[in-house]
Structures are given as C-alpha cells and as structure tokens.
Write a protein that binds this ligand. Structure first.
Ligand code: NAD
Length: 470
C-alpha cells in the first residue's frame, strides 16, 4: 500500500464530494485530486464559474485549487471519466448518495446502497494497482465488510484493496468552515498492519491542516456507527425542543425562555435548542430511519421505537405549524395569499432536499391557499419540481407563485410565513426588516395583526432546519 498519497479520486461530486475534495486539494498542493460523477451537467458546473451548489467560501477554495491561483499548479479536477480517475488514484473516496430505500425489504427505513455497490464494483473491475478505498458516504454498519467482499470477488488477484471508513461531519451552509476546522476526523480501519498503514496514509492527507489530536483512529464499526449516532442525537435534540414547544404553547410558556434556561445547564448546553418548524435536509431523517432499521433487523424493538419517535415528532411539528397558520386565519386558507419567505432546508444553502417548506407549502396548497414564495438561493424550477411530487401541475400553476423579491411575495399577504432563517429576514427584535414593512400594505412593523399571522420567533426555523453535522 502507498505510504504517501499522491493521487486521490472521489466518486460523487455532490454536496460532500465537491467541497471536501476542494479543501483537501487546496491544503495539499502536491496531491492531484480528481472528483468524478456520472452527471455531466454537475461536472460541467464544477468546471465553470457557476458552481452546482451554493456554499459560503466554496468558490474561493475551488478557484484556488482548480484554476491554480497564487502561482499554484492546478491540482483539483472534475471529470466524468470515472475509470481513468480510478486507474490513476492510490486513494479513492466513495462519496455517492445513500438515500432511503423506496421499495423492497426495509423500504422507507433502510439505506439504499445501490450507488455505493456500483461504485465499489467499478473500482474492483477497473483497478490494476493497489487502492485504499474510503467510505465517505454515510452507510450502515457492515458496509466496509461488503466492500471487502466485492473487492476480493471481483478484483484482480495481484491488486490489494484496503477499506477505510472516514465519515463526513460537515453541515451544509457551513461546509467550508467545518472542513477547515473540523471537530474531529474519524478514521475507521481494520486493526491489521495494512489497515493501520492505510489509515496513516489518509491521516497524513488531513495532517496538512488538522491538528493531530483531532484525527482519531477507531475500528470500522465504531466509525460507521458514530456518524449515524451523531446525526441521530442532533435530530433528537431538535425533536426534544420541538416537543417542548408544543407544551409551552398549551401552557402559556415561552419556548425561547425555556430553551435559554435549560441551555444554561452546562450538562445540556445552549446549542441546537431553538424550536423550529422541524428539521430538513437529506441526512437527518434518512440517518435516523437507517438506525431504526438497523435496530429492527437486530430485534432491538425498544431501541427502534425510541429513535422512530424522533422522526414522528418532526412530522408532527410540521403539521402543527400548518394547523396554527390555518387557525390564525379564521380556519380557512381558501384563496388567501400567503407569503413564504425561505424555501431551502436551512440558511446559506440552496439545497431543498426534505425541506420543511415542501411539507408546509404542500399542506397549504391542499387548503387552496395562494402561496407566494421567495428564497434568495432556490430556483423556481426546483420549487416546482419538489411540489409536483405531491400535487398536479395545474394545482401548482394555480396555487404557487415564485417571486424574485420578498416585497412582491409579501404584498397584501394575509400571512407571512418564514420557513428558512436567512439572515436577510432577521433584524434585532424584528422578524422582518423595516424596509419590508414599508412595502407591505400594513405599515406598522409593530402591528399586532401582522405579528400574529407571521411566524413568531419561537416558530422560526433555526438549527432545527439545519444542523451542525449532517
Ligand atoms: P449528492 O446526491 O449531492 O451527491 C452524490 C453524487 O454521487 C451525485 O452527483 C451522483 O450523480 C453521484 N454518483 C452516484 N453514483 C455514482 C457512481 N457510481 N459514479 C459516479 N458518481 C456517482 O449527495 P451528498 O449530499 O454529497 O451526500 C453524499 C453522501 O454523504 C451521502 O451518503 C450522505 O448521507 C453523506 N453526507 C452528506 C452530507 C450533506 O450535508 N449533504 C453531510 C455528511 C454526509
């Protein structure tokens, strides 16, 4: 096995593969890094000035390594030539999507490992020299062993494969900051000589900028499970505070005050304690459900039930939120204009996967509301595509208007609903910037009617729609 990594291939140029490899390349100018994907449009965008994903700070890092700024030799490449990149690499990240299965055994809970398997098969069939293969995707326990089985069955006899687990903890919206200053880098390996050598080779890549005490060697099962556990515990914290927000409303307590008081306890801490419309994103729900499925398949019924409740509360919170809007508007949304500010699943990303906005807007459409949506980073085509999964095109045409600015969205609206906590929508003490109120038909920012029908701060999505790890 290579003691020093010189050439890295990353299979999957998504929200994880792209930013992670951009930082690795930027911090290791002597390593060639090629990110490959089957999706030509995505690769074209990675090569262009207009990147396929929005992430603060990403553009600078990509341009530095990809275009060779500051006198550097370019060492970050994007390609659809998967085979070529596998052949050239001594270390390969598998960073493909691992969505929830939609059909078959474990549908709705288990992880769909189709893309991981397909990437592994391709590596096995193409490789003519030794490879370190790294699970970057979030996968259930036991996946590393499945990969080893694939390599030993399909790989050439004279080629050695060492499988590592190195889950990614970045959060969308803060991906570059998280990658530059990670809380920890987890390296799961077999406790064999070659396993530990491979882990050391990958540790050297991170050592270019990560302090040694943050690079942690563990066994592969711990690494695979730790990633799932981290997301489950973050999602659980959001569901805990959201469940308490329901109690607060019925008891006349203030969830912000409660969260502040509870968070002052050092054992609990203040982070991730803002009530919200519920968590979204491509990871939390799928990873909790994946854990539920793992527990079920090991006959740990109580464990499965415990974690399933985290997702149940999240669904309950979204529905509760819509019901509250309906209640505030005399129990009918029929033909009423509702302004929705924010559509992405959290601020500072254009990602809409599993966004709470999809559910809440979908429920308002079912009530025949006229929903006018503004989000600074989400395109109209994406919004219409998301909503068309549940509603007919003619319903969407009738009920949904995507606006280019928040003023148009809010003009003469019966209610303003904030579904993503973009900083732009916030000012000290006011939910909406004063400029927005001036353009509204209701002139007074303190107008109690507007306050009542807008989402209150306790409802405003915060970490609840995002996360510090995904
Ligand atoms: P993504 O859907 O944005 O990107 C995955 C990419 O892999 C897609 O572009 C797809 O075309 C490509 N792909 C699939 N199979 C391929 C193959 N055989 N060859 C080449 N390309 C292939 O997904 P993502 O958000 O980057 O997530 C990737 C993994 O990382 C998932 O397991 C996810 O759970 C995990 N993760 C995601 C985040 C996050 O914030 N998005 C954070 C941590 C971990």
């Amino acid at each position: 096995m290579a003691s020093r990594v010189r050439n890295i291939c990353c299979i999957g140029a998504g929200y994880v593969g792209g930013p992670t490899c951009a930082v690795i390349a930027a911090k290791n100018p002597e390593i060639q890094v090629t990110v490959v994907d089957l999706n030509q449009t995505r690769i074209d965008a990675w090569r262009s000035p207009s990147l396929p994903i929005y992430e603060p700070g990403l553009q600078d890092v990509v341009e530095l390594a990809r275009d060779g700024l500051d006198g550097r030799t370019p060492n970050l490449h994007f390609s659809t030539d998967v085979e070529g990149a596998i052949l050239a690499a001594d270390l390969i990240f598998i960073s493909v999507n691992t969505p929830t299965k939609t059909v078959g055994v474990g549908a709705g809970r288990a992880s769909d490992l189709t893309y991981v398997e397909s990437a592994a098969r391709q590596i096995a069939e193409v490789a003519t020299s030794n490879k370190i293969v790294v699970e970057k995707s979030t996968v259930p326990c036991g996946t590393a062993q499945s990969l080893r089985d694939i390599f030993s069955t399909l790989g050439q006899d004279n080629v050695q494969f060492e499988v590592l687990s190195n889950p990614e903890f970045l959060a969308e919206g803060t991906a570059i900051r998280d990658l530059m200053t990670p809380d920890r880098i987890l390296l799961g390996s077999l406790r064999t000589k070659t396993g530990l050598e491979a882990a050391n080779a990958l540790a050297d890549v991170y050592a270019a900028w990560v302090p040694p005490e943050r690079i942690i060697n563990v066994n592969i099962g711990s690494s695979e499970l730790a990633k799932l556990a981290a997301n489950c515990m973050l999602a659980q914290r959001i569901s805990s505070i959201n469940s308490l927000s329901a109690l607060c409303e019925s008891e006349g307590a203030d969830i912000s005050e409660l969260a502040y008081a509870v968070g002052l306890d050092e054992r609990i801490g203040p982070k991730f304690l803002k009530a919200s419309v519920g968590f979204g994103g491509s990871c939390f729900k799928k990873d909790v459900l994946n854990l539920v499925y793992m527990a079920e398949s090991r006959h740990l019924t109580e464990v499965a039930n415990y974690w399933r409740a985290v997702v149940d509360i999240n669904e309950y919170q979204k529905e509760r939120f819509t019901k509250r809007i309906i209640r505030q508007l005399n129990n009918t949304l029929n033909q009423k204009k509702i302004a929705v500010l924010g559509y992405a699943y959290k601020k500072d990303t254009g990602d809409t996967r599993e966004s709470a906005a999809i559910t809440v807007i979908g429920q308002m459409i079912s009530e025949n509301a006229r929903v006018h949506i503004y989000d600074p980073k989400v395109k109209e085509s994406q919004i219409k595509q998301d909503l068309s999964a549940e509603h007919r095109p003619e319903t969407i045409d009738r009920c949904v208007t995507v606006c280019n600015d928040p003023y148009t969205a809010c003009d003469k609206a019966a209610a303003v609903v904030i579904l993503t906590e973009w900083d732009y929508f916030k000012t000290d003490g006011l939910i909406l910037p004063p400029a927005l109120f001036e353009k509204l038909s209701i002139k007074d920012p303190e107008n109690p009617r507007l306050k009542r029908t807008s989402t209150s701060s306790s409802d405003t999505p915060s970490e609840g729609t995002g996360s510090s790890t995904e």
